[in-house]
Design a binder for this molecule. Structure first.
Ligand code: URA
Length: 210
């Protein structure tokens, strides 16, 4: 993808996002809406997948028809809220392999620390789509992408539901080669690092925790 940031302003995406932001949405509704929006965002992030043609015969005649060139994909969820976006992308690309990155913030250094990392083999040959609903400070996203690059990935895209301008700027500085697709860039972060107006803690809302 050529653009660093794509905001998907499709009416269905914006409508569903509003329903998700509303604090009255139940976890079941929130999960379903995140799944549905992910399908629409995944459509956008896969727009420039490499294509080739295949010679086929329709009932009418022969043709060289467009088909995916077959570049392998890895879908990487940033735990835990990223898991709410996994099934949406897998529904469109069922053959994708799946990886997980777990990071927590060290309260003394405020730096992200890895506690889990498991990705498919052959990352250097895969289109890697990283999913995390909230791009807030961008520190954990940038750290996760550092780890994926260390594992060999070179073709990485980042899919999120909401972004803060601070997170977009952090990613552009750390990983200008990683395009971001999101449904909205909100006003900014509050003092606790939450996106405003945002939708609260995506993990808690997805899984009904507090
Ligand atoms: N993570 C969340 O779940 N929500 C925010 O607003 C910021 C980070």
């Amino acid at each position: 993808m050529s653009k660093h940031l794509t905001v998907v302003d499709h009416p269905l995406v914006q409508h569903k996002l509003t329903l998700m932001r509303d604090k009255g949405a139940s976890s079941a509704e929130f999960r379903r809406l995140l799944h549905e929006i992910t399908l629409l965002l995944a459509y956008e992030i896969t727009r420039e997948m490499p294509m080739t043609t295949r010679a086929i015969e329709t009932p009418m005649e022969e043709m060289d028809a467009p088909i995916l060139a077959g570049k392998k994909m890895a879908l990487v969820s940033i735990l835990r809220a990223g898991n709410g976006m996994l099934d949406g992308v897998l529904e469109l690309v069922p053959s994708a392999r799946v990886g997980f990155v777990g990071l927590y913030r060290d309260e003394a250094t405020l730096k992200p620390v890895q506690y889990y990392f498991k990705v498919p083999e052959g990352m250097n040959n895969r289109l890697v789509i990283v999913v995390d609903p909230m791009l807030a400070t961008g520190n954990s996203s940038a750290a996760a992408i550092d780890l994926l690059k260390q594992a060999g990935a070179t073709d990485i895209r980042f899919l999120c539901l909401l972004a803060a301008p601070e997170g977009v700027a952090r990613m552009k500085e750390a990983h200008p080669d990683v395009p971001i697709v999101t449904a909205s860039v909100d006003r900014g972060l509050n003092s606790k690092g939450y996106i405003m107006p945002g939708l609260g803690d995506a993990g808690d809302r997805l899984f009904g925790t507090k």
